[in-house]
Design a protein around this ligand. Structure first.
Ligand code: SIN
Length: 292
């Protein structure tokens, strides 16, 4: 099967051409997309028109669909779909979450011991300007890292805290139930992990969520994590996606950070996301544990 795809802006991301995601895909096409996704991390499909069930069904071809801890952001009609939007219901309550303004570099679910690392985002309404999403490739960043920094983090565990993540959210996204709090204790993950097939290494950390490194004083951890974040998010490791309505972007949180540019709050932005537990035998998947 020859899947047609092309490089975007000379980056690691690729646009897949000629695949209509609302149609059932044959096994050869799916196998080719799986291989490309595991290798490149970000795949873009333009001009898609998908019902929620179709987006969920396509996502499920890559791993187990995950209902994220924030059930308050789920679509009322399809629990596997998370709404990312600044729109409001007539009574003023938010439709979905993470809708406002800039989002700092992060990786989804890093605060979970066994994160579901696959994600798809489907754009339905977009602001006229701003709101682009960028991804930083943590495999390429690790490869480029000076030996001094590699030695400082190889074999070390990062500590990841949902409380830290929440503190960076807009105020309406900060309120959580006791159940969500119970589901999100601090966890640890190796700061460097290996691809199961190639053995290649990638960084795994999250500037919005990693609060320290096991065995290092707080000040030293903070300085090291800040240095690594500045290195890994240089433009040479980053793909910046300028959204068009109908885009579906799928990405692998196992070796990518992402962030979103600010945009004018009065303009509507409405996207639908799925979260997928990707198979460990094909993808970088962190091996976490509860923090001591
Ligand atoms: C996200 O971080 O999942 C949302 C990204 C975006 O809204 O572009």
């Amino acid at each position: 099967m020859q899947l047609e795809s092309r490089e975007i802006d000379g980056s690691f991301a690729r646009e897949v051409v000629g695949v209509r995601l609302w149609e059932p895909q044959d096994e050869a096409t799916l196998a080719a997309i799986r291989e490309l996704w595991a290798r490149c991390g970000v795949l873009v499909f333009r001009r898609q028109i998908l019902a929620e069930e179709e987006l969920a069904a396509f996502s499920a071809r890559f791993g187990k669909p995950e209902r994220i801890a924030r059930s308050d952001w789920a679509s009322p009609t399809c629990a596997e779909i998370t709404i990312i939007s600044n729109l409001k219901n007539p009574d003023g309550t938010a439709i979905g979450g993470l809708g406002q303004g800039e989002l700092e570099w992060h990786t989804d679910q890093s605060y979970i011991a066994s994160p579901a690392t696959g994600a798809m985002l489907y754009a339905l309404e977009l602001p006229r300007e701003g709101g682009a999403t960028s991804w930083a490739n943590l495999h390429r960043a690790y490869e480029g890292l000076p030996d001094r920094l590699k030695a400082a983090i190889d074999g070390k565990l990062g500590i990841f805290s949902y409380a830290k993540r929440l503190s960076g959210y807009q105020s309406n996204d900060q309120a959580i139930t006791d159940e969500i709090r119970r589901k999100t204790p601090d966890v640890t993950h190796p700061l460097v992990h290996r691809h199961p097939q190639s053995g290649a290494k990638a960084l795994y950390f999250d500037p919005t969520t990693t609060v320290g490194i096991v065995g290092l004083p707080e000040k030293d951890s903070a300085a090291l994590l800040a240095e690594i974040a500045a290195f890994a998010t240089q433009p040479r490791f980053v793909y910046r996606h300028r959204w068009q309505v109908g885009d579906v972007v799928m990405w692998d949180n196992g070796f990518l950070l992402h962030r979103r540019d600010d945009f004018e709050p009065s303009q509507r932005r409405y996207l639908k996301r799925t979260t997928i537990a990707l198979p460990r035998e094909r993808h970088f998947v962190p091996t976490g544990a509860l923090a001591a």
